[in-house]
Design a binder for this molecule. Structure first.
Ligand code: CP3
Length: 344
């Protein structure tokens, strides 16, 4: 009898080399889809959408219906973890997330020890509903942000070009920063385990700002906390598949794999393919790494890049994806071309 382990996406994550790579796109449920914009308008706010199981289930399924991707990713955001730890969170239209910054011992003291399960209950309900509605051949991915990336938002209260406020804090008061990271690690373990228990098949840890750390800081603030999350998930779910996305880590990716124990890594667009083949894909399956701008531009360059990526990684275990989230002004016709080219 067919089991979840037979899904193409999970077979690739288990190291199997497939004739055609499974395909999904980061941010595949998003503003480039008119049906998403319609539901988003109905929800009123982005967070209102994340915490509404009816609407979040609908938008999670939209890209699966339209494109038949091999995996769905839960519609939510990495910043619901600090929200569930008691930090105020809101999204400013057209700008992005805002949080009440936690930059000192007093503010950190106000951050809870454990996540508020009542706040996140609608997210886990969304997982159950999506799981029940997904086609049998579609895998389901849950996620969290890595502690470093989440902490950059918690400390600055918003996105920052250079992660300056978080770096300033770990330089000035590493013990305080370590306590913040510890809270996020514990919360992330609980959040990922709850998603797995509600029905996701695999999880991805997004470390969008991994590339801004020096080698020593990368070991301390990226690798070590991520390893604790991997261990905390495996302690409950020994076979859980975990993808790490240390965006921008480049040459440090082999150390990240060895140090964290993730099952697979997602790759940014700007990385040397020969290096990946020899020193990354030799260790674990890889996922990536089409430049979102190439997808937006479309045309012959898109076809060439898809071929080049398949030629580079198709001889090993591989999942086709972007190197970062799909851009909101990406034409749907280009995504259709991509799907056809990856499956040709
Ligand atoms: O990939 C998916 O489709 C799953 C859902 C998902 C979202 N955000 C939905 C979202 C995931 C996995 C994320 C991860 C996330 N969120 C990251 C890590 C990955 C990355 O992009 O670097 C980060 C740093 C965040 C925090 C965040 N959320 C920012 C900085 C923003 C504003 C920028 C933007 O694109 O608008 C968001 C908002 C957000 N998260 C949107 C979506 C679909 C857009 C909100 C809208 O529709 O108005």
């Amino acid at each position: 009898m067919a089991t979840r382990d037979d899904l193409l996406f999970l077979r690739a994550l288990s190291g199997e080399i497939l004739a055609k790579p499974p395909l999904w796109l980061m941010r595949q449920a998003g503003r480039y889809l008119p049906e998403y914009r319609e539901v988003r308008a109905k929800a009123g706010s982005f967070l209102g959408l994340c915490y509404n199981p009816d609407l979040a289930t609908e938008v999670t399924l939209q890209p699966i219906r339209r494109f038949g991707f091999d995996a769905a990713i839960l519609f939510c955001d990495i910043l619901v973890v600090p929200h569930a730890l008691g930090q105020k969170l809101w999204f400013v239209e057209g700008e992005g997330p805002r949080l009440e910054p936690v930059g000192d011992a007093q503010r950190l003291g106000e951050i809870h020890e454990e996540i508020d399960r009542d706040l996140l209950a609608p997210v886990y309900e969304t997982v159950q509903r999506v799981k029940a509605a997904l086609p049998a051949e579609t895998a389901f991915i849950g996620f969290c942000g890595a502690p470093w990336t989440v902490a950059t938002y918690m400390v600055a209260g918003r996105g920052t070009p250079d992660q300056g406020p978080a770096k300033e804090l770990f330089t000035r008061d590493p013990d305080l920063f370590a306590r913040l990271i510890d809270r996020v690690v514990a919360a992330s373990i609980a959040h990922l385990n709850a998603q797995i228990e509600a029905g996701v098949d695999a999880v991805q840890i997004f470390d969008s700002w991994a590339g801004s750390l020096s080698e020593a800081d990368f070991e301390r603030w990226c690798i070590a906390p991520t390893r604790r999350i991997v261990e905390g998930v495996r302690a409950r779910h020994a076979k859980a598949k975990i993808i790490g996305f240390p965006r921008g880590a480049g040459r440090l990716i082999p150390a990240y794999i060895a140090g964290t124990g993730v099952d697979a890594v997602s790759l940014e667009s700007d990385i040397d393919r020969g290096f990946v083949r020899e020193q990354v894909q030799a260790l674990v399956p890889v996922q990536g790494h089409l430049d979102p701008q190439v997808l937006r531009a479309g045309g012959a360059e898109l076809e060439r890049e898809v071929e080049a990526i398949r030629a580079s990684f198709g001889a090993g275990p591989f999942v086709f994806n972007l190197g970062h989230g799909i851009l909101p002004d990406t034409p749907i016709a280009h995504v259709e071309r991509l799907v056809a080219a990856v499956r040709a």
